[in-house]
Design a protein around this ligand. Structure first.
Ligand SMILES: [Zn+2]
Length: 155
């Protein structure tokens, strides 16, 4: 049995738990993972991959271009390639990179392409091809969460 408290006490009542089936709709949820401001260490990779395992969408920073791996290490951020590799290893269905350093203004296409190339290296046949496209429109089509416009900046 479950006790249901109304906001106003009068209709507070006790119902059979099974009766909730008529009131609730249960659907499968989506797993959305969000990763930012992490150094690319083996321990962090393992932790992130465990966290983001089989995520429907993985938002992950790709702060530095692949060519700037040393800078990324110094600043304790991921490169685009690391982000793509982690997304692949976590078996994420879709990856949405964000938190690009402002130093790459105008180079976002390159950064996206680096993430997606690393992500798609061993593309699973059941992955929708659209998911690994580098078309930027894919990453901006969800108005509720514009990953590149969070306003986060590198110090
Ligand atoms: Zn940061």
């Amino acid at each position: 049995m479950i006790h249901i408290d109304g906001a106003a006490a009068p209709d507070s009542r006790v119902e059979r738990l099974g009766g909730l089936r008529d009131l609730l709709t249960v659907t499968a949820g989506q797993k959305i993972s969000y990763v930012t401001d992490v150094a690319d260490t083996p321990a962090n990779r393992a932790a992130i991959i465990a966290l983001a395992r089989n995520a429907d969408i993985l938002f992950i920073e790709g702060a530095f271009a692949g060519r700037d791996a040393e800078l990324a290490r110094q600043r304790a951020h991921l490169t685009t390639i690391a982000a793509g590799e982690i997304a692949r290893e976590a078996n994420a269905h879709r990856v949405e990179p964000f938190h690009f350093s402002p130093r790459y203004a105008g180079e976002e296409q390159l950064l996206l392409a680096e993430v997606m190339a690393a992500f798609a290296q061993t593309m699973r046949p059941d992955l929708d091809l659209l998911d690994v496209s580098v078309s930027p429109s894919l990453f901006f089509t969800t108005p509720a969460k514009k990953p590149h416009q969070f306003g986060m900046r590198l110090e």
